[in-house]
Design a protein around this ligand. Sequence first.
Ligand SMILES: [Zn+2]
Length: 247
Amino acid sequence: MTSNRKRLLLTSIHDVSPRFEGEVDSLLDLLWPHVGDRVAMLVVPNHWGDSPIIRGSAFAGRLRAWADAGAEIFLHGYFHRDESSHQGAGDRIRARFMTAGEGEFLGLTRSAASSRIAEGRALLEDVIGRRVDGFVAPAWLYGEGALAALAECSIPLAEDHMKVWSPVSGERLAKGPVITWASRTRLRLASSLVAAGALRHAPLDVLRVGVHPPDCRHAAIVGSIEKTLTRGLRSRRAGRYSELLAA
Ligand SMILES: [Zn+2]
């Protein structure tokens, strides 16, 4: 049970990496009038293995500046792409059909997940000069190994599609589906607009909005994001994930 009665709008930008630097700038511009610096940036240390964040690079400097300006920094996988061979047919189907192979942390063992989290966290913390605020698995998909690794690594906050929780205490801190958009096909785009249109009216204390780099290329999605933020902020204030821990 959650005992948290704060009414917050939590906004996140997924897939922050050098690959999507221009899109991340566009998304920050889009979000700023609504939430200001209350934005969580979900950072991928080496997106698809060919877009590494390098200590001392210009991008690393920008990451540190965003953190200094108040953005929360979450580790978001390591490569983002799912390169493991899944044991269970259920996991395999989930990984393939739900995420087009982006479920990096679905099939990892505990030790593999722990070492990727440790390596990614060390890189990001070197770059931003402070602790990361939490971890979000690519496509919000966690296997047993990933869940055990989050607790082992004392990650303060994590979220999946339906909740935010503390891997340290196991406590659930917020519940309700995250509002997000998809643009890979026309059908997915259309259904995500319908879903956002309904979910932004949901009577949730904590409303989560997650945006992705391709969203900024679609006027219909941009319009839906703006409507969702406006509606969500009528009865909530823009907040930070870490506020959920300060109940
Ligand atoms: Zn992602």
